[in-house]
Design a protein around this ligand. Structure first.
Ligand code: SF4
Length: 277
């Protein structure tokens, strides 16, 4: 089978930086934990665990030596708690995520009702909401935006870094229709845009698409949505072992893309598996 790997598939700048910070910390020796998974890729998190990096789900009441903040950031109160409980904090929050925190904070300070376009259950969105202070809300979909009364509101909008441009624009347009004032700052990160644009070119050209990445990875799920909307059979997998032979029957060309937290070694394994068909 011919295999096409979409440009920019795999690790983004923020994830690479987080892995490098942790690798350096491991090399310096001593106890090391990450607050929740460092990145949204279970296989890479497992690899780090086998190198001695523990995952701490909750630091309430815990005393730890060194704790790493994950690439997608945490809520301010969680950061404060970590500062109280741990001797050293290694902040692997991606600079693009920190920038969204600052933007949300500034909008709130300027008197805007802050809206974060994204999934309120996602840890990155929780962090952005906390930076904006009480009163900020997350809006997940155009339908949700349309059901809200924006009349008389001055609305400041930011986005989860991994949203699609289309969804961002659609929601901003809906809010603009009735809000008194709208200040929308597109905070979708460049790495997300590059992956999404590249896969838009690849998906229509292949018989089947494989999107490799954590099921808990927001940007991987967006890539899957983009491939599906191109009308190509699409499979979201975490590892090559999930690929079923019947998915490949009658197919000549397969495309691969991967989320921003998917390591190269997982992409390579998928490529090898498909090339053997
Ligand atoms: S996807 Fe973007 S915001 Fe998220 S870690 Fe990567 S570079 Fe940073």
């Amino acid at each position: 089978m011919r295999v096409v790997i979409s440009e920019h598939a795999g690790f983004c700048f923020g994830v690479r930086r987080a892995i490098e910070l942790v690798t350096k910390a491991v090399e310096s020796g001593g106890e090391l934990s990450t607050l929740g998974p460092l990145i949204h890729n279970p296989q890479e998190v497992k690899r780090l665990e086998s190198a001695g990096v523990k995952v701490t789900a909750d630091i309430t009441g815990a005393r730890c030596k060194r704790i790493v903040m994950p690439s997608h950031g945490v809520a301010q109160e969680v950061y404060d708690l970590a500062k109280e409980s741990c001797a050293e904090i290694i902040d692997a929050t991606c600079p693009y995520v920190s920038k969204v925190h600052r933007t949300a904070k500034e909008l709130a300070k300027a008197g805007f009702f802050v809206v974060v376009i994204g999934d309120p259950a996602h840890s990155e969105v929780k962090g952005i909401l906390s930076a904006a202070g009480s009163g900020a809300i997350a809006v997940r979909s155009p339908e949700e935006a349309a059901s809200f009364d924006w009349t008389d509101k001055a609305v400041g909008i930011v986005s989860q870094t991994t949203q699609t441009e289309e969804r961002f624009q659609e929601i901003v347009d809906i809010i603009r229709k009735s809000a008194k004032e709208v200040r929308a700052v597109n905070t979708i990160c460049i790495a997300t845009r590059q992956r999404q644009e590249a896969v838009q070119d690849v998906a229509p050209e292949v018989d089947v698409m494989f999107v490799v990445g954590g099921r808990n990875s927001a940007n991987t799920n967006r890539l899957r949505e983009i491939c599906e909307s191109a009308g190509v059979p699409t499979y979201h997998i975490e590892t090559a072992s999930e690929i079923k032979n019947e998915w490949l029957e009658g197919k000549e060309t397969a495309g691969i893309t991967a989320g921003a937290s998917t390591p190269d070694w997982l992409i390579e394994q998928v490529k090898d598996r498909l090339e053997k068909v």
